[in-house]
Design a protein around this ligand. Structure first.
Ligand code: TXA
Ligand code: MG
Length: 339
């Protein structure tokens, strides 16, 4: 059966849609909803059978644990067995794009944690997401609403293209503002470790909790130490090649008659990025914003669009190798890693 898509961009429409979605969730069904990062695929986190449906719909390996979404600190506390001071400090980013990994309480089903001793929790910033959780009356397990390994959805249409007929309902709140997934950190007394860079930067967190254990930037041979975090993730179907510095030499090698290439490049890098146009053909150009948050907001939409345009290859000029670009560089590397 095709999956219905409900527009929730007006308050009246949202109210009706939330009532219906909450019913689906309480009945053990799957609902995709927008958050400030990407669209999530929600199920009642306390119902192992409902959560199992998430893994089936996504084709997700069962060793990859899920984030539990709640609306208040009290609800987060219930899911967690030990709450160090560092968690209180980092919870100042809530509601927001930060996920805390903490010791789990007995209330959390094994299927959420992949059998591990910790649980990932976050309070999403999008009011609609919190209203949905409140209406359902239970915490919601929600991974990104894509087939496992594919690019995360930043629009309801992306969810529909990936999961039509496999889930019960999609709430369409328009494009998400953040564009990439939340930052994930493991928190214990006296130590905070970065598991996945994201929209909350290291600098912002370190200002509150001091030095955070850094994992080296993900590359083709190393992945972040989060269970089930495959190196290749967030990948478009079209081959993606990453270039540090000006890409034009590589482009002159790749460009041949009949070969379509999209160059993804920041506005600031454009003047030095282009090959001499002596052959009379060149790449199609996708100009990206210079500011990191704007770049992140566009990234997955651009990868989705590149797949739709059916080109032979995407070439992306890497943004600067600085801390503020850590999350964007991480997602680009994952998207380009060999499958
Ligand atoms: O922005 C986001 O975080 C989105 C929205 C929907 O909230 N969700 C999301 O979920 O990106 P997902 O499942 O695609 O990514 C969750 C990441 C995975 O890499 C998973 O391995 C890690 O968090 N994770 C979940 N529970 C964990 C745990 N107990 N310990 C370590 N890593 C964990
Ligand atoms: Mg995901």
């Amino acid at each position: 059966m095709p999956t219905p898509l409900l527009d929730v961009r007006s308050p009246e429409a949202a109210r009706l849609a939330i009532v219906r979605a909450a019913e689906v969730l309480r009945g053990g069904g799957l609902v995709s909803f927008p958050t400030e990062t990407v669209y999530g695929l929600g199920a009642n986190a306390l119902d192992p059978e409902a959560v199992a449906r998430i893994f089936v719909a996504k084709g997700r390996p069962s060793n990859n644990p899920l984030i539990v979404h709640v609306t208040t600190l009290e609800e987060a506390h219930e899911l967690v067995a030990a709450w160090p001071d560092e968690a209180d400090l980092l919870a100042r980013f809530w509601p927001g794009p930060l996920t805390l990994v903490l010791p789990r309480s007995p209330m959390v089903p094994d299927i959420i944690t992949a059998g591990g001793p910790t649980v990932a929790v976050r309070i999403p910033a999008t009011p609609l997401a919190r209203e949905l959780i409140r209406a359902a009356g239970v915490p919601l397990a929600a991974p990104s609403a894509n087939r496992s390994g594919n690019v995360s959805p930043t629009r309801a249409e992306h969810v529909l293209a990936e999961l039509d007929g496999r889930i019960d309902l999609i709430l369409d709140g328009g494009p998400t503002t953040g564009g990439i997934e939340s930052t994930v950190v493991a928190v214990s007394r006296g130590s905070v470790r970065l598991l996945r860079p994201g929209l909350v930067s290291l600098a912002e967190m370190e200002a509150l909790v001091g030095p955070i254990a850094r994992t080296r930037e993900v590359n083709a041979t190393g992945a972040l130490p989060s269970p089930g975090m495959l190196t290749r993730h967030y990948a478009p179907r079209t081959p993606l090649e990453l270039i540090e510095g000006a890409p034009w030499l590589r482009l002159t090698e790749l460009l041949k008659p009949g070969v379509r290439i999209i160059l993804v490049v920041r506005q600031a890098d454009l003047p030095t990025a282009l090959p001499p146009l002596e052959h009379g053909w060149g790449p199609e150009i996708e100009v990206m914003p210079d500011a990191v948050n704007d770049y992140a907001a566009r990234l997955y939409a651009v990868l989705h669009e590149c797949d739709e345009r059916d080109v032979n290859r995407i070439v992306a000029q890497m943004p600067p190798e600085t801390d503020d670009w850590l999350a964007v560089r991480d997602r680009l590397r994952r998207a380009a890693a060999p499958g």
